[in-house]
Each structure stands twice: as structure tokens, then as C-alpha cells.
Design a protein around this ligand. Structure first.
Ligand code: FES
Ligand code: FES
Length: 173
């Protein structure tokens, strides 16, 4: 029995080793090449291989939204994408959103309007709002509500975040 169990483990180790491959990702304009499991998700690659811990992992199955990052400018749930499948893309995490240390308009607005919440939901809220504001000059209230609804917060809420987005839009008019 002991021999059989050991054999099973050796087989498992071999399978896992066979699955390791070099994955190269461009994140926040930096190239990261790492030998990882070919089954590693983008969220785990970002956090564990690049130490970019602003991207959070909550449910790890596409429900909470806190792992959102921008891939070629579009928000995606990083826990649902294998890292190896986005090797040709430009990936932006919360660490890469500001330029030269300057807050973006939505970051400033969130600070000014008391919309900075916990570290789990805020990065995703910022990235999703960034995409909305980049793709819509004057998003409607419904579009703003839909934007923030992708990230679950059951403790504080969405009102101030919606207001922060609205203030950026007002500033454009
Ligand atoms: S961790 Fe990705 S959606 Fe929850
Ligand atoms: S999940 Fe961040 S404040 Fe509720």
C-alpha cells in the first residue's frame, strides 16, 4: 500500500513538472518571464510571481470582481484567465494606473468624495471606472451603476463611488 501511494505521488509530480512552462507577460509596461504551471491563472501570476498585490483574490471563481485588471484596456476577471493566454496583451493593474506618481482623475475624485473603501474592492472599482471613463465621454447613471456593480461590496456600498465617477464626468462638461 505504501509503495502504491508513493508511486502515485511520483506520477503526480511528473505530471505537474510536465505542465511547467515559461510565461512572459507585459504588466504595467514591464516584462515578466516566469517558469510557472501552465494552469496558473493571471491573478496568481500577478500576485505571486510579480508581487503586484493590489490585485486581490476573493472568490477565485469569477463572482466577486476584486481581481479585475485591464487587458488591452478592457476589464477582465484575472482569476478566470490562464496567464499563458494573455502573453501578447498589455496588462494594467492598479499599480500601473497612475503616471509618474500622479493620481488619475478618477483616483482624485474618489479621494475627494470619500469613495476610497477597502483594499479588496477599491482597486477593481478604480480600474472599472477608468475603463468606463475612457470609453464614454458622458456615461449615464445606469452605465455608472452597471460599472460599479461588477465588484461586490457588502460592507460599505456604491453610492460614493458612483458620485466620484459622476464628478469626473461633470468636470468634463
Ligand atoms: S477573485 Fe476573481 S472574481 Fe472573485
Ligand atoms: S468590499 Fe471593500 S469596502 Fe466593501
Amino acid at each position: 500500500m505504501v509503495g502504491k501511494a508513493a508511486g502515485n505521488w511520483r506520477f503526480k509530480d511528473k505530471v505537474l513538472n510536465d505542465l511547467v512552462e515559461v510565461v512572459t507577460l507585459n504588466i504595467n509596461s514591464v516584462s515578466y518571464s516566469r517558469a510557472v504551471s501552465s494552469l496558473m491563472t493571471l491573478s496568481h501570476f500577478i500576485r505571486e510571481e510579480c508581487d503586484l498585490t493590489g490585485t486581490k483574490i476573493g472568490c477565485d471563481r469569477g463572482e466577486c470582481g476584486c481581481c479585475s485588471v485591464l487587458v488591452d484596456g478592457k476589464p477582465i476577471l484575472a482569476c478566470l484567465v490562464l496567464a499563458k493566454f494573455v502573453q501578447d496583451a498589455e496588462i494594467t493593474t492598479i499599480e500601473g494606473i497612475s503616471v509618474d506618481g500622479q493620481l488619475t482623475p478618477i483616483q482624485e475624485s474618489m479621494v475627494e468624495n470619500g469613495a476610497i473603501q477597502c483594499g479588496f474592492c477599491t482597486p477593481s472599482m478604480v480600474l472599472n471606472a477608468t475603463h468606463l471613463l475612457n470609453t464614454h465621454k458622458a456615461p449615464s447613471k445606469n452605465q455608472i451603476k452597471k460599472c460599479v456593480s461588477g465588484t461586490i461590496c457588502r460592507c460599505t456600498g456604491y453610492t460614493k463611488i458612483e458620485k466620484a465617477i459622476e464628478k469626473v464626468v461633470e468636470g468634463r462638461e
